[in-house]
Design a protein around this ligand. Structure first.
Ligand SMILES: [Zn+2]
Length: 62
C-alpha cells in the first residue's frame, strides 16, 4: 500500500501555499523555514505583549 505523493502536500498554516509534509521538509507543516519563523514569532510576540504599550513598527524580514 503506497501512499500517493499528493497526500503529503499540506497547506501552509502561515501563507496557505502548498507545503510538503515529508521528512525532507524541516519546516513542515509550513512551506518554508521563513513561514515557520513568522508563525513562531507571532505567538512569541503575543506571549510577550506588554499591555498599554503602543504597537511599534514590526520590522519585516529583509
Ligand atoms: Zn508558507
Amino acid at each position: 500500500m503506497s501512499e500517493p505523493v499528493v497526500s503529503r502536500i499540506v497547506r501552509c498554516p502561515q501563507c496557505g501555499q502548498p507545503a510538503k509534509a515529508t521528512k525532507d521538509n524541516p519546516a513542515r507543516p509550513f512551506c518554508s523555514r521563513r513561514c515557520k519563523l513568522i508563525d513562531l514569532g507571532k505567538w512569541f510576540e503575543e506571549d510577550n505583549r506588554i499591555p498599554g504599550e503602543s504597537e511599534g513598527h514590526i520590522d519585516e524580514d529583509h
